[in-house]
Design a protein around this ligand. Structure first.
Ligand code: DGJ
Length: 731
């Protein structure tokens, strides 16, 4: 049993293969957090909490004269608010005549088989035959009438706990929810580092590691999407934690909207981690009986460092999140028209690019932006989802048929959530976009955001998308989103409900995706938010792969993909070979290196093959052959970051190892070169220490022990930006 309640010690015990998670009901009914870490025996961990009379730390009324019981210092599972705990709270409400305290006490619990049920939002599910159990603990506060149902889905074999909360107004009056964290994790110490992933458009998910220090360190998004700037994922780790050593805890929020993650070191050197919807700009009106479901967080613990933590996330996201049949099916190698033509194309040009793509061995041709309405630039036509026959010289069906006749599959680009002022849709429904009354709307990339908190707007998008997908033969859709949300005001909501718009937008988006994506299960959907601006687990529920970044420069991509790999599997990162000089950085790198780096993801091209030499095309053919041959190893093998591009300026190396450890692929790219420089070595990982391996093209065989402890010499003669792939097979 993964979940138990020990009535003698009043302890809830959650167990996964390698971890234990313990909570205890205090003598006054509060739910205290005791422990999350490596497996411990069934003993009472109450001894960890040393009662102390702390100055200026208030005592709840029910504690009578007991000055040692204070919520200001006790580790809490889901904190009270305005009741004597001054740390960042799990929930903020306003109820009755403006009162705002909340003090939830354990009122009951339930354990049921299977994964937690999350309404209206993505969440982990159990695979057929896979054991998962869910615990729901009810915290009641009869005075405010607010109840919190904490849920814990335990995926025992996968070492994951999926945590969430549902808030219910059981009172007799309407009340306002102003903050709700999906998970609060209290640690009794704070001598940890915080790892998070931040950046900007064209440079997403940079690795950052900082010590947890006094005060609150917060990351988040208030842009309406999970954002380029911060990813909804963080790791807390011991100071000495490395890729292969030490304890670390991961927190991933399955949500595509505004989020907040905090690490707070308190006055007593304890630490609180919070993760949930960003309270900035958020409030939710709850009528009597109404409930609010917060998104899910995916928690994990590793006692063996960051690599193991990543493996846990890779596996659970690959297997238990993604719903598409492409979870298992081989993804096609595609060629995308964006960097090949931008808006400058007609049907003939597209067909000539596609013809060369077939010749290269590509499986799928993707027609990016510019095929619909009067879209010859990025300032018009979003919302008008009918093909531009004049520009294409034919309809989309005919174009698709012609492309299929060449032996290629066909895909298109869409950006369903947006509208251009220069569009039929905007002329008909100017009130369908998010804007404030009396104020001209703020533009982003010339476009406005449709109000997805409205059902009529969602239904328009669903019809528009479904009619394109029902008509033409389309096997792939790139679903883009190219601006941040500004005025989150909806014409259909009352003034006291405007704080709900950003969350309702996301619920609307999930509803639209349910109706379009799940209705076309065989279409491969690729997420995109101006590159990696919405690279989050909730999107992976619908779209098995996401365009990692608009930056296709192979050297910059090393950092972007390195950061992404901490939470997300190779199978989720779409990566393409583009031309040089690179369109984003102006850098020139060898075609071979661009191929190696793009093979650190779902592989494809983003260039015009009609402009390539025969030699270049032959090289691409070879890349595709290699990638297809080793597809399972690349996309499902255990992933090892062998070096960090932030610490090693000379080279970046990574490795995939098959589950049976018989095959491995090592990739190395030289990032900085000095004259007459040192011989460098790379230590491999994940091999069978007692097995022997041959390296393709090298003489002899080497033991796993040797390759992992001593390493391999980086082949000489590689110039700056050159790279190499080494294929290992067990002898
Ligand atoms: C942003 C995407 O990330 C690009 O790949 C491309 O699809 C453009 N949008 C098209 O407008």
């Amino acid at each position: 049993m993964a979940i138990r309640y020990n009535a003698d010690t009043k302890t809830f015990i959650l167990e996964t293969k390698n971890s234990s998670y313990l909570m205890k009901v205090s003598r006054y009914g509060n739910l205290l957090h005791l422990y999350y870490g490596g497996r411990v025996p069934d003993e009472d961990l109450d001894y960890l909490i040393i009662p102390a009379d702390r100055g200026f730390s208030p005592n709840p009324n029910e504690a009578g004269n007991d000055r040692t019981f204070s919520l200001d210092s006790l580790p809490q599972e889901f904190s009270t608010s305005r009741s004597g705990d001054y740390r960042s709270s799990s929930m903020e409400i306003v109820w009755g005549r403006g009162a705002s305290s909340w003090s939830g006490k354990v009122a009951g619990y339930e354990i049921y088989p299977g994964a937690p049920k999350i309404k209206g939002m993505p969440g982990l599910r159990a695979l057929p035959g896979e054991e998962a159990e869910t615990l729901v603990i009810r915290l009641e506060d009869p005075v405010s009438g607010f109840e919190a149902e904490l849920s814990y889905g335990v995926f025992e074999e996968k070492d994951v706990i999926a945590r969430s909360v549902m808030v219910i107004n059981r009172g007799e009056e309407a009340a306002r929810l102003e903050r709700v964290m999906s998970a609060t994790l209290d640690f009794m110490e704070s001598d940890y580092d915080l790892i998070y992933f931040s950046g900007r458009h064209l440079m997403e998910r940079g690795f950052r590691r900082i010590p947890v220090s006094d005060g609150i360190h917060a990351i988040g998004s208030s842009r309406g999407a999970s954002s380029h700037q911060y990813n909804p994922f963080a790791i807390v780790c011991e100071k000495n934690c490395t890729e292969d050593y030490g304890q670390c805890w991961g927190v991933s929020l399955v949500y595509s909207g505004c989020f907040l993650m905090e690490a707070e070191k308190d006055q007593f050197g304890q630490m609180r981690v919070n993760a949930g919807i960003n309270p900035r700009g958020f409030s939710f009106q709850l009528e009597p009986g109404a409930a609010f479901q917060a998104p899910q967080t995916v928690l994990t613990w590793s006692g063996k460092g960051l690599t193991e933590l990543s493996h846990i996330y890779h596996r659970i996201f690959r297997e238990n999140l993604c719903r598409s049949p492409y979870r298992k099916n081989t993804r096609p190698v595609l060629l995308n028209s964006w960097e090949a033509a931008y808006f400058d194309f007609d049907g003939e040009k597209i067909l000539s690019i596609a013809k060369e793509a077939v010749d290269m061995g590509v499986d799928l041709f993707v027609l990016d932006d510019g095929w619909f309405g009067c879209r010859d630039n990025d300032d018009a036509a979003l919302g008008d989802w009918t093909e531009n026959r004049k520009k294409l010289g034919m309809g989309l069906c005919e174009l698709s048929e012609k492309i299929h006749a060449m032996g290629l599959e066909f895909g298109i680009w869409v950006e369903p959530e947006m509208v251009s002022e220069e569009s039929e849709l905007y002329r008909r429904h100017p009130d369908w976009c998010l804007r404030e009354p009396g104020r001209p709307p703020v533009r982003g990339r010339y476009q406005l955001v449709l109000d997805l908190s409205r059902r009529d707007v969602c239904d328009y998008i669903i019809d528009a998308m479904n009619s394109v997908l029902d008509k033409a033969r389309i096997e792939y859709v790139k679903w883009d989103m190219n601006r941040s949300i500004t005025e989150a005001w909806s014409a259909l909501l009352d003034r006291n409900r405007q704080g709900e718009v950003l969350h309702r937008y996301i619920l609307g988006l999930y509803y639209v995706m349910d109706q379009v994506i799940l209705r076309h299960p065989d279409v491969l959907f690729c997420g995109c938010g101006g590159g990696g601006g919405r690279f989050d687990p909730a999107m992976l529920y619908y779209q098995p792969q996401i365009w990692c970044s608009d930056n296709t420069d192979a050297v910059n991509r090393l950092k972007i993909q390195y950061g992404t790999s901490f939470a997300y599997p190779v199978s989720s990162m779409e990566a393409h070979v583009s031309v040089c000089p690179n369109h984003q950085t102006g850098r020139t790198t060898p075609l071979n290196t661009r191929g190696i780096v793009a093979m650190d993801g779902i592989f494809g091209y983003e260039l015009d093959p009609t402009k390539m030499t025969g030699e270049e095309k032959e090289e691409c053919r070879e890349q595709i052959r290699f990638y297809k041959k080793h597809y399972r190893l690349i996309t499902e093998g255990d992933y090892y970051r062998l070096t960090s591009p932030y610490e090693n300026r000379y080279l970046t190396a990574w490795q995939q190892v098959s589950q049976d450890r018989k095959k491995s692929l090592v990739s190395i790219v030289i990032t900085d070169k000095e004259g007459n420089d040192a011989q460098r070595y790379v230590k491999l990982k994940g091999l069978d220490p007692d097995g022997f391996y041959r390296i393709e093209g090298w003489k002899g065989k080497y033991s796993g022990k040797l390759l992992m402890n001593v390493g391999i010499p980086v082949p000489g003669g590689l110039s700056e930006y050159e790279g190499i792939q080494l294929l290992l097979k067990m002898a």
